[in-house]
Design a protein around this ligand. Sequence first.
Ligand SMILES: [Zn+2]
Length: 239
Amino acid sequence: MLRIKGLLTAIICTIFLSQTGTAEAAILKRENLEKTGIVYWDKRSNEKLAALTFDDGPHPKYTKQILNILKDESVKATFFPIGSKLAKYSGIAERIALEGHEIGNHTMNHVYLYHTKKEEMKLEILQAEEQIRALQPLGPKYFRPPGGILDWQAFHIAAKEGYKIIMWSWNQDPEDWSAPGSQVIASRVIKNIQNGDIILLHDGGGNRKQTVSALKMIIPALKKKGYRFVTVSEMLNAK
Ligand SMILES: [Zn+2]
């Protein structure tokens, strides 16, 4: 099921398409972006793999709770924290890296890139990169644009800086940020699961109590369905 945020992103991308030239417009179509090998929404295969991703942290309370659950379940995930918060909550940031999770770039201040001039956007990415490099010196370099809004400029800058752009599966935005209830969040993920899904959840940006509770349901339920949780790197490297 195509969820609303996926639709919104598609609409916003379309707006950018109409404002840009024909060549740029062509490349912003999902199928064309996927062909570049730079942008991913998911990675379909015969293997039952799922990648959990957490945006907008670290949060002093919820990120720790999420890390505890992941540790108990022996699951590795991928975090897209905000650069300024990595600096502020450096202890939690170090724990994310030490416990074997991956860290991607979600800008320094969570700026919506369509509001941002090219130089500022580049700085937002590079400042966050500096924070991440201290934790994860060998990479990988993954970028997720705030709000999932990928316009030509953001694509171009991130690609030029050597990033792969990691969106999320359109069937895997359970909208945990809108606090629909932990049961609802969990059942949206579990019911919609497909091989190679990249699941969007949030450890920061607000009260994430429901996300934490939902995660306790999601992991065992998907394991029971035969799914193996992988980092984004493991997902992309899978055959
Ligand atoms: Zn975000």
